[in-house]
Design a protein around this ligand. Structure first.
Ligand code: GLA
Length: 428
């Protein structure tokens, strides 16, 4: 069996076996590239290798901040269940140019939404008082003020090379770039973890999308050349080396061009089902269930399947992190990860029921054309698929996916290289 040498490095998890043992201390031994520390400031010294000091208290009036989108190798819908996730930051993201103003107004513009300029008094912000794309930056200003950050008026100009509704976290990238900028022009230093919580609060309470914590953590805390194993219960982070290109592998995002909306009901329904399953199992969150066998006590077959997905996806996240950290042969490691991606996709499709036809088509076509494995990423019901593809098969994979879409008269897919990249940072 290829990869047998590191299968054993995935503690407590054997695919197809009894299921995982999820250890909630979140510590998987990784390389010497330590996780970003909680006291990291909001400035430009993040994981980028940039050694300039943070500018806490910077009274200046203008700056430009970038925050990346993310792809998630494994652990979908596990974040709000306090399980494990394994995202990496993309090179693509959102840029926020933030200029302080003294009239107390927040003016929001986007290069992608030129006919939708929003101007509101900062002091008048309240949940749902702003709609559409501008709700995300406005929500961040509101959430910061609710934490007593004296956010002044500001003009914020947004630019983005992330597709919206494509499951690559454009919303969190928008929130996090703005959060960094607003904090700094307010003269306040905040840890990146605190900022992630602020950004999530904006999304949950101001925008009204009941999402978990993975996206904001990924955007603010991932490191270049790494995937980040995050234990959503303890918030402990392990940065795991992840450099597919060094092994001749392309991590390809296939945007199926079916857009999703997390404020729509299905995401919230899945969340409620997980909460009910946890309640029936007598645990606060499904992330505390340590083996797939542990969900068999659930009488309701739907709740049982939902819970099985959450528990098994957390275990797969840990197994991939362990494999990446195992020092095995890259081809074996990536073949093994590919198998887990296939399992993860099947689990999302059959147990959690959040996949959509174009995602299944993309997964099948990519795998049939030589990808090691592929899975949908993000909340589901639209968005993207992530495929691990040997570089020599990349043209064949793109062609196969494009032709499979054409054969079903689906909107042509778009492709994006997904290079594990650095977290949010100040650009200028
Ligand atoms: C969306 C949410 C996340 C997470 C994923 C599914 O991206 O924003 O919090 O729940 O779906 O893994």
């Amino acid at each position: 069996m290829p990869g047998g040498s590191f299968r054993s490095a995935a503690p407590g998890y054997a695919p197809g076996g009894d299921g995982p043992t999820v250890n909630t201390d979140g510590e998987v031994n990784t390389d010497d590239n330590a996780s970003m520390d909680d006291e990291a400031s909001t400035g430009d010294e993040a994981s980028t290798g940039d050694e300039r000091p943070a500018r806490a208290g910077w009274p200046g009036g203008h700056g430009v901040w970038f925050a990346p989108g993310r792809a998630n190798l494994m652990g979908e819908h596990t974040d709000y269940n306090e399980g494990l996730v394994l995202p990496f930051a993309l090179a693509q993201g959102v840029t926020a140019s933030v200029t302080r103003r003294d009239d107390g107004l927040l003016a929001l513009r986007s290069k992608q939404m030129t006919d939708d300029v929003v101007t509101v008094p900062v002091s008048g912000l309240s949940p749902a008082s702003v709609r559409g794309w501008a709700a995300y930056p406005a929500g961040v200003a509101w959430a910061l003020r609710s934490e007593d950050v004296p956010v002044p008026g500001a003009t914020i100009e947004i630019d983005s090379d992330l597709p919206v509704g494509a499951g690559v976290s454009s919303s969190a990238a928008l929130e996090c770039s703005v959060a960094l900028g607003l904090c700094e022009i307010s003269g306040v230093a905040m840890s990146r973890r605190a900022l992630a919580a602020i950004a999530r609060q904006a999304e949950n309470e101001f925008v009204g999308a009941p999402t978990g914590i993975i996206d904001q953590h990924a955007s603010l805390l991932c490191e270049a050349g790494h995937a980040m194993l995050l234990d959503c219960a303890t918030r402990s982070i392990s940065q795991v080396p992840f450099r597919p290109s060094a092994a001749g592998i392309v991590t390809l995002v296939i945007d199926t061009r079916v857009t999703h909306a997390l404020v729509s009901g299905e995401y919230g329904r899945r969340r409620a089902q997980c909460e009910e399953a946890a309640r029936q199992l007598g645990v606060p969150f499904l992330g505390q269930v340590t083996s797939v066998a542990g969900v068999s006590r659930l009488d309701d077959p739907v709740l049982r399947r939902r819970a099985r997905h959450v528990v098994s996806d957390s275990a797969r996240a840990r197994a991939i992190a362990s494999a990446l950290d195992s020092g095995g042969t890259p081809a074996d490691i990536y073949r093994y990860i590919g198998e887990l991606l296939a399992e993860g996709h099947a689990s999302l499709r059959d147990d959690f029921e959040v996949s959509w036809p174009e995602a299944d088509i993309a997964v099948d076509a990519a795998t049939g054309a030589g990808a090691y494995g592929a899975k949908m990423i993000g909340g589901g019901f639209g968005g993207s698929v992530l495929a691990l593809v040997p570089a020599e098969r990349i043209a064949a994979v793109r062609t196969a996916v494009t032709e499979a879409f054409a054969a079903r008269s689906a909107t042509p897919p778009e492709f994006m290289d997904a290079t594990p990249s650095a977290a949010a940072r100040r650009l200028a």
